[in-house]
Every structure is written in C-alpha cells, then in structure tokens.
Design a protein. Structure first.
Length: 210
C-alpha cells in the first residue's frame, strides 16, 4: 500500500506551533483602588525598590558625618557661657576673674592664695596678678598666716563685700537665663553629671607653697 504524503502547506501549518516558543503566562492582581497590576512585573518592581533602599541606606551610613565629640561640645558651651557672663559683668565695671575671687573669698574666709587658685582652677602666678589689682582697688586684703609665715591668706574688705553683693544680681540673672533654656529634668541631669566630670578631671592645685 502506498503511503500518502502530506502537502507541504499542511506540514507547515501543523508543525509551526511546535516550533513556536511557549508564551509565559502572567497573573494579574488587583490593587485596593481597583486597578489591575501585572503580578510578575509587580514582584520585579518590588525587588528593585528593595535593592534601591538597601543601597541608599548603605551609602547613608558610609557618608554620615562623625558625631560631634562630647568634650568639644562642653568646651564650646563653656566658652560661650563664660564670655556672656564676662560681658554682663563688664557692663557693671567688673570681670569674671574679679567675680570668682570675690565669691570664693566670701564663701570661705581666710583662704590661702594656693587654696584660692585651686578653687578657681588657675595657676598661682595668674591669681597673684588679679590679687595685686584687686588689692589696689581696695577689694581684698592679704596677710601672712600667724602660724605659717609662708602662707598668704586673702580676705574681703568692706568695699569688696559691697561689690560682691552688687554683682550677685548679675550672676543670678544669667543663671535664670540659662535655666530658662532647659527643662527641670535636664537641669537635674546637668547638676549631677557636671560635678562628676569636674571631680574626675580637676587639675592639681597650684604648687607654689603660698
């Protein structure tokens, strides 16, 4: 029996589907606003966004500046407060150094020059220059210790005491300005941590034997 041969045109139509690459089906999903989204494309976009976020986060971590050192913040803040206070005292014909001597001598009568320098955290030669000026202005008096002639003790004169009382209002006003910038818990925290830093890092008293 002779076998029939399929015409070439039918062979093409019959075999063509087998040579055609299969079409990848995509599922569509619906967003809450009712629009349709291609799930395959949505998944690809979500991966792309996730990768972009991770890349941006890594770059941000690398390029973020280093935190300001705490010591530098304290130093800058202390300098600003000191300059502001010194300016306020200058408006009343005084200075921060004069205020510091008057206050220390009032709180602890009969301090030696060495003890006074330690209270003010300055060197004795620097203190002596301030005391020379204040003694000339009639604000303080110096005298040798009765039991140790090597020790020089400092006391306020009546004029110095009156000057101190006048300057206390200036100091109280500046203190009120500072406290107005902070909340009660912040003030309490500062009053706890600042003395701790001073106690740990306080310089050694001036070594001058006076």
């Amino acid at each position: 029996m002779s076998r029939s041969v399929m015409p070439p045109s039918l062979q093409v139509r019959f075999l063509a589907p087998e040579r055609t690459a299969p079409i990848r089906s995509r599922q569509r999903c619906w967003t809450p606003n009712g629009s349709s989204v291609d799930r395959g494309r949505h998944r690809d976009a979500r991966v792309l966004v996730t990768d972009r976020i991770a890349s941006d986060t890594q770059q941000a971590n690398v390029s973020s500046p280093m935190e300001e050192p705490l010591g530098r913040q304290l130093a800058i803040t202390g300098r600003l407060v000191r300059e502001r206070f010194d300016g306020c005292l200058g408006n009343h014909g005084s200075s921060l150094a004069t205020w510091a001597v008057l206050r220390s001598a009032d709180e602890e009568a009969g301090l030696s020059q060495r003890e006074l320098a330690a209270r003010m955290s300055i060197k004795s030669p620097t203190l002596v220059r301030h005391l020379d000026r204040m003694e000339h202005e009639g604000l303080i008096a110096r005298a040798r210790d009765e039991h140790d002639r090597r020790v020089v003790r400092v006391s306020l004169t009546p004029t110095g005491r009156r000057r101190y009382e006048a300057l206390r209002g200036v100091a109280a006003n500046l203190d009120a300005q500072l406290r107005s910038l902070l909340s009660p818990p912040e003030i309490e925290t500062l009053e706890q941590v600042l003395p701790r830093i001073r106690e740990r890092w306080h310089p050694d008293p001036a070594q001058d034997g006076s």
